[in-house]
Design a protein around this ligand. Structure first.
Ligand SMILES: CC(C)(COP(=O)(O)OP(=O)(O)OC[C@H]1O[C@@H](n2cnc3c(N)ncnc32)[C@H](O)[C@@H]1OP(=O)(O)O)[C@@H](O)C(=O)NCCC(=O)NCCS
Length: 441
């Protein structure tokens, strides 16, 4: 594939982080196949499978970094529990990272930093989300009352504390985590709706993108590409079963069916529907990162190396999910390449409106000049090189795992196609954007 001259050639660091292997669980709609499972079990299951597939000795693992967003109350550091549950040496340090939908990107780039600095040779990275079992908490007044009651010295004093008249009925209602921006009060879907309106993204274009996502995902299951990156999960409750496939992909959807769905987030004038949004999903993905020296010593072949990465953030009150339009040019510049050098892209599809808005901004000379201080547009991406195995709209989007799923799929597809340079981008709550450049050398 043709390579153009890069804008600024940045030499890669002397030590390189390689993607050696990875696996993910099936991604399933929240409340379905994994509803009985604990989040740790989901992460453990795929990590143990990966260790067995890779043939790596547990003692070779230097560090574990795992992404998770809806943090379970009982695990203050899920990654460390993963070490203990997966049978890795008890002496393996581990940390849990959260960066909304880009949490696993953060895990991967943190792992890359450890390797490039020479602080680690083997890092297990990834992420998990279990939206079937989100931590439900108590309202602050009820929580304070219960804590005070637990500290009371006698049964009578405890009853008296509990009977405090200050608690209203509303205080007794459990509080579930929401996918709403704290600073704006808008949900992700409402923000996507706003982006569709501001950027003039049509309903037909959103539906066409969603349709293509399902078609590509169905094709990638049919030809075995997705089966090769998905490990079964064994659910032992209710008689037990093996969950082996994603369950949101609709091979039989059509533009007509998509076009008939009602908008969800702006019922009257909206264009964002259940069909062109990513669904609430359970799933986990684990990736084996290794220094190239260690891989060579173990006789392992890298699928791809991490070349560069970048994060960005925008005002959540503006276009909440446009972060990748800022992170992508930053990551490209750090790699010393242009968008035209990119052979394959994995772009997280929170909503079709968000993907199409990002592509529009990348191709816009006005955006480049006004927002990036560049004399020309970042560039136009050919949709044919984006999300070869389908994207989050079809596959699903377990928040904490999606970044690892994107990196894993990109590395696999780059290996399959002998592609030289690939790009991952993920938008995230808080107005954050993440971009990671992979290369094969
Ligand atoms: C959009 C959302 C509210 C839809 O939830 P939902 O109503 O449970 O969605 P469903 O899957 O039940 O779909 C609703 C209907 O659309 C239909 N549908 C959905 N996708 C379809 C498709 N591709 N083709 C045909 N029909 C489809 C379903 O069959 C269902 O029909 P029914 O009501 O007749 O059963 C939910 O998925 C959501 O909140 N997504 C956004 C998640 C998010 O914010 N993520 C953060 C990103 S940063």
């Amino acid at each position: 594939m043709a390579r153009s001259t890069g804008a600024r050639i940045t030499q890669p660091p002397p030590r390189r982080a390689a993607i050696i292997a990875g696996l993910r669980t099936p991604f399933v709609r929240a409340g379905t196949d994994f509803a009985q499972l604990d989040v740790l079990e989901l992460a453990r299951s795929v990590t143990v499978e990966l260790m067995q597939h890779s043939g790596l000795a547990p003692s070779d693992v230097d560090h574990v970094i795992y992404g998770n967003v809806t943090r379970p109350v009982r695990y203050s550091n899920l990654a460390r529990e993963l070490v203990l549950a997966a049978g890795l040496p008890k002496t393996t340090p581990a940390d849990t990272v959260t960066l909304a939908c880009a949490s696993a990107c953060q895990a991967i780039t943190d792992g890359t930093n450890l390797i490039e600095r020479g602080y680690a040779d083997v890092v297990i990275v990834g992420g998990v989300e279990m939206l079937s079992n989100v931590p439900i908490t108590l309202s602050p007044p009820l929580a304070r009352t219960l804590v005070a009651a637990s500290q009371a010295r006698s049964f009578g004093a405890r009853l008296q504390t509990l009977a405090r008249p200050s608690l209203g009925l509303a205080d007794l209602v459990p509080v579930a985590p929401s996918i709403t921006e704290t600073s704006t009060g808008l949900s992700m879907g409402q923000s996507a709706e706003l982006m569709a309106k501001l950027n003039g993204i049509s309903r037909a274009d959103q539906d066409a993108w969603a349709f293509s996502s399902h078609q590509k995902a169905a094709a990638a299951w049919a030809d075995g590409r997705l089966a090769a990156e998905v490990a079964p999960v064994y659910v032992v409750n209710d008689g037990g079963c093996a969950v082996v496939r994603d369950n949101h992909i609709r091979a039989d959807t059509s533009l007509e069916k998509l076009g008939a769905l009602r908008p969800v987030f702006d019922r009257q004038y909206g264009t964002v529907t259940a069909g062109n949004s990513s669904p609430l999903t359970d799933g986990a993905a684990t990736v084996l990162l290794m220094s190239t020296e260690k891989a060579a010593a173990l006789g392992l072949t890298a699928k791809a190396l991490v070349r560069s990465y970048a994060y960005s953030a925008v005002d959540p009150a503006g276009q909440l999910l446009i972060g990748p339009a800022y992170a992508i040019p930053k990551a490209l510049a750090r790699a010393g390449i242009d968008l035209t050098d990119i052979d394959l892209v994995e772009m997280h599809e929170a909503f079709a409106a968000q993907v199409l808005s990002t592509l529009q901004k990348l191709a816009s000379p006005e955006f480049a000049e006004r927002e990036l201080g560049r004399s020309k547009a970042v560039g136009s991406l050919d949709p044919g090189i984006i999300n070869s195995r389908g994207g989050s709209i079809a596959l699903g989007h377990p928040f904490g795992a999606t970044g690892a799923r994107c990196v894993l799929t990109l590395a696999n597809e780059m290996e399959l196609q002998s592609a030289q340079v690939g790009l991952v981008s993920v938008c995230a709550a808080g107005g954050v954007g993440a971009a990671i450049v992979l290369e094969r050398v």
